[in-house]
Design a protein around this ligand. Sequence first.
Ligand code: HEC
Ligand code: HEC
Length: 327
Amino acid sequence: MSQPITPPESSGMGPVLAVCALVGIVTVAATVASGRATRVIERQNPAGPPAVITAQYGKRVIAQTTEVLGPDVTDAKMRYTASRLACASCHIAAGIEPGNLSLATAITRYPRISPRVGGNETIEDRINGCMMRSMNGRALPANSPEMAAMVDYLRFLALQDAATGAGQRKVHEPPAFKTPNRAADLKAGREVFDKRCTACHGKDGAGLAASTKPVDGYVFPPLWGPNSFNDGAGLHRVLTAARFVKAKMPLGQADLTDDQAFDVAAYINSMPRPEMAGLERDYPDRTKKPVDTGYPPYADSFPLEQHRFGPFQPIEDYYKKLPKAAQ
Ligand code: HEC
Ligand code: HEC
């Protein structure tokens, strides 16, 4: 690689070889990334594992989920999601983007105790949490090629993060969201939406499809409706959505105030979306349920409406005052 500097006329084959080597690497990477090798093996033996499970394939599953696991893929057995979102619709740039909903160090937090599950949760369980809620789908088997590849990719991201110098770690994000001490204003939220979101997500929040083929997914993902996340998803909690919106939206120009982020998040979450069955089983210890969880039952008597749209301070105060033993 380290060629001595030579005059142009006698530079020899160095650069040409370098280019050839580069093309070779790109070709191999492209083959793996497209998942072609994997699919050929699957067709020969659908029950068996693929020849190669790679982090690159995992990245593809996260970035182009509809093409691998979406409701329009040819192989009906592979239709794991009912939404037409990609994981990367929320975990921006396939989770590499730092800041809110980054996946850069996600794997280092697992296994852990999950209040929603009421027990231990592996990284596979957590991914399946997003599969069933954010992607409105069903769980992938823990030993499936797609799950293994996504976990490999998350492991790769964490290694890459560990090797990154502190100076490169800057997050270009506005200050963290602070919850306004009031109920969200849906009318004001609609105004923010009309002014700042429709250019990409459309007037009806239905997004912009990548092509005329649904399997290609979206350039600008749908914010509500049948192709979006369901009511059990993290983003269906208004404070989680407001944090994300303040940090990341409008994409490339995240400049909303706390009030605007709060109101527009509430507006989005007041619109119809798929419903998940069995949500009453979440958070078996109901004192651990986040105050903005938009579905009952609760360990308090605040109305459902207040859990969905605030004001949240009174609910937070109520739980803070509960005797520790009851929590
Ligand atoms: C609609 C938005 C959305 C989509 C789509 C989505 N997620 Fe998530 N994901 C979230 C939110 C919100 C959280 C919770 C963050 C928190 O706990 O604060 C989360 C959490 C996670 C975590 C845990 C992160 C951590 O640091 O603990 C992983 C891993 C993850 N998602 C992977 C995926 C994968 C893989 C997919 C696709 C199969 C996916 N997500 C699709 C919104 C989404
Ligand atoms: C410049 C285009 C653009 C604008 C304007 C924009 N977004 Fe987005 N938004 C995106 C893209 C693109 C994604 C998916 C992430 C990606 O592909 O990088 C996204 C993802 C989202 C998501 C998560 C995925 C989903 O479908 O639910 C939410 C929520 C969201 N945007 C809300 C908003 C809100 C609220 C506004 C207005 C304040 C807004 N966006 C303005 C481009 C935009």
